[in-house]
Design a protein. Structure first.
Length: 83
């Protein structure tokens, strides 16, 4: 995963040498936020499914914890519209 982020950063920085375009910076922020949220949901989702298999009353807690990392991506999208 770190190799992919290095390649993404190098691709963005290769054109001008510095990250001066606000659109590119916003796109990089949203992309990395989505990558981090997906990585977090991987562990949370599997744990939530395991907990729900044991006790069906934990469905709401598992759903809330699974959706929580997606708010990071929504906040990153707010940055895009601000920039």
């Amino acid at each position: 995963m770190l190799e992919a982020t290095n390649e993404l950063g190098n691709a963005v920085l290769s054109t001008a040498g510095t990250l001066t375009d606000p659109s590119a910076a916003a796109a990089l922020a949203v992309g990395l936020a989505a990558l981090g949220a997906g990585y977090a949901e991987r562990g949370i989702g599997s744990a939530a499914v395991g907990a729900m298999a044991e006790d069906e009353d934990l469905f709401v807690n598992g759903l809330i914890l699974t959706v929580l990392p997606e708010t990071i991506v929504i906040l990153a999208l707010v940055v895009v519209f601000i920039v």
